[in-house]
Design a protein around this ligand. Structure first.
Ligand SMILES: [Cu+2]
Length: 152
């Protein structure tokens, strides 16, 4: 029994790591009704040169790694096969161009939920490591309309 509790606590930690990979600050935003996809943010650092090759989550039908590019002033998202993780460098997904997206959400994400993620990293020698982390679901930003008062 004590063993089971220890495992649960391990999975609730804000930071998760495998031998060579550390993942921290995983979070998502609550989804609006009808919204079927959600972006996930997290920071990942690999001790060795590696690439982020796959992410899986039981709450989504598919998980994609996306990259943003500026194309004549238009932001475009495209799915990429992998994301390079230079040795020792913290890569922040969701903060700049690259992010991870949950697609075909099975249920809306609610504030306070946690989304289990299984992150697979592949090293130059093809050896793979998996890191399991829970992304904390944060509330949607308060709607600006709530604070606007129209007088007619
Ligand atoms: Cu995207």
């Amino acid at each position: 029994m004590r063993y089971a509790i220890a495992i649960v606590m391990l999975f609730c930690a804000a930071q998760a790591w495998a031998e060579n990979v550390v993942v921290s600050d995983a979070s998502a935003r609550a989804t609006a009704p009808g919204q079927e996809s959600a972006a996930i943010r997290f920071s990942i650092t690999s001790k060795k040169d590696a690439r982020l090759v796959a992410i899986a989550s039981p709450v989504a039908g598919a998980v994609e790694i996306h990259d943003m590019t500026h194309d004549n002033g238009v932001m475009r998202m495209r799915a990429i096969e992998f994301l390079p993780l230079p040795a020792g460098k913290m890569v922040k997904l969701g903060a700049s161009g690259s992010h991870v997206m949950l697609l075909n959400l099975k249920n809306p994400l609610k504030a306070g939920d946690s989304v289990p993620l299984s992150i697979t990293v592949e090293f130059a020698d093809k050896h793979k490591e998996k890191v399991n982390v829970n992304a904390e679901v944060k509330p949607l930003m308060a709607s600006r309309n709530e604070h606007e008062h129209h007088t007619h």
